[in-house]
Design a binder for this molecule. Structure first.
Ligand code: PLP
Length: 366
């Protein structure tokens, strides 16, 4: 019996009738781009985040691009972020002609280290992008305090943290503006690409709404130059069917994480550390082991899926070579990149599946 890293089939099977009728409705209505389906989902998702506004966009990448543009990041600006993340976080900064400034991470939470942010601030710094990596919110009080003191924008990359909480408050309202991805395997996933920008700020919302749709609020009249980065109605309808289940799915992930923690207790496997201030939603269940090669070989042989998030930190990627960073600049990120393994994690994972994963990992290390 093989075990996938992520199993999207069980979730679809459980939602099939509702999903098919929602999709049928979109097909009959033929309002395929924006329209009432998108508006309805935006309202529901803003409510879910306890935020004032959500704007549906084409992807998490688009959410980052539009948020950066909305706060005015451009040529010559610096944006501080983590090198231990998916490339889009820094890629969108660089595409706007701004410079990503990397700082190292906390080895326990894998999130950006606020103490390192402070010393990276310069007169050119415009924003900080904390990434709530693997579903665990970053140290937001500390980050917001630095941002306030230096007049910087805080853009949450919440692509892996739908419904995660920091001191009882959900992601989406922990900074000035937040970016979500609905890539199919995310905690809330579409059946294609999708994303959202969430904020309490009316002016930023208006700016993102214009930017996602060619600077236009009135057909064929363009107030500013924008992009074509809208959420489509089919994805909005699909997401709206799924949203009411998100809390239960996150709870399923948390229970699975706790079961794994128990199975790996008193072993050489380093399990995820959940900071007491947060509610982690385990987009990924990431462990570190003394011998990754042996573990991944054993998992493959047993037909068990795994991921490496991420094998090469961004400061060592060829695409960012022009920034001039080198090996040894961010030793914690580099060590994590060498050691991390993401084990199968999805809300429906069974105890038997988890037992088999743990036995395989521990067997490889014994
Ligand atoms: C998935 C992800 C993105 C990009 O989202 P897409 O919807 O794939 O464009 C950005 N940042 C992080 C941290 C992600 O995990």
């Amino acid at each position: 019996m093989s075990i996938p890293l992520v199993d999207l089939k069980q979730q679809y099977a459980a939602l099939r009738p509702q999903m098919q009728s929602a999709m049928q409705r979109v097909l009959e209505n033929t309002a395929f781009i924006l329209g009432p389906e998108v508006q309805r989902f935006e309202e529901h998702f803003a409510d879910y985040c306890h935020a004032k506004h959500a704007v549906g966009v084409a992807s998490g990448t688009a959410a980052l691009d539009l948020s950066l543009r909305a706060v005015g990041v451009g040529r010559g600006d610096e944006v501080i972020t983590t090198p231990f993340t998916f490339v889009a976080t820094a890629e969108m900064v660089a595409n706007l002609g701004a410079k990503p400034i990397f700082v190292d991470i906390d080895p326990e939470t894998y999130d950006i280290d606020p103490d390192a942010i402070e010393s990276a601030v310069t007169p050119r710094t415009k924003a900080i992008i904390p990434v709530h990596l693997f579903g665990q919110p970053a140290d937001m009080d500390h980050i917001n305090e630095i941002a306030r003191r230096h007049h910087l924008w805080v853009i949450e990359d919440a692509a892996q943290a739908h419904g995660a909480e920091y001191k009882g408050q959900r992601t989406g309202t922990l900074g000035d503006i937040a970016c979500y991805s609905f890539y199919p395997s995310k905690n809330l996933g579409a059946y294609g690409d999708g994303g959202a920008v969430v904020t309490d700020d009316d002016a930023l919302t208006e700016k993102v709404r214009l930017l996602r749709h060619h600077g236009s609020s009135d057909r064929y009249h363009h107030q500013i130059l924008g992009l074509g980065e809208r959420l489509d109605s089919m994805q909005a309808a699909i997401l709206d069917v799924k949203l009411p289940y998100l809390d239960a799915w996150n709870e399923g992930r948390r229970q699975a994480a706790s079961r794994y923690n128990h199975l790996f207790a008193n072993s050489p496997v380093v399990t995820p550390a959940e900071h007491p201030d947060v509610r982690h939603v385990y987009h990924c269940y990431v462990v570190r082991t003394p011998d990754r090669e042996a573990v991944t070989r054993a998992l493959s042989a047993a037909g068990i899926g795994y991921g490496i998030h991420y094998p090469l930190p961004l400061h060592l990627q060829p695409a960012f070579a022009y920034l001039g960073y080198g090996e040894g600049d961010f030793p914690i990120s580099e060590a994590c990149a060498r050691e991390v393994i993401s084990l199968p994690m999805f809300p429906e994972i069974s105890a038997e599946q988890q037992n088999k994963v743990a036995a395989t990992v521990l067997g490889a290390l014994s």
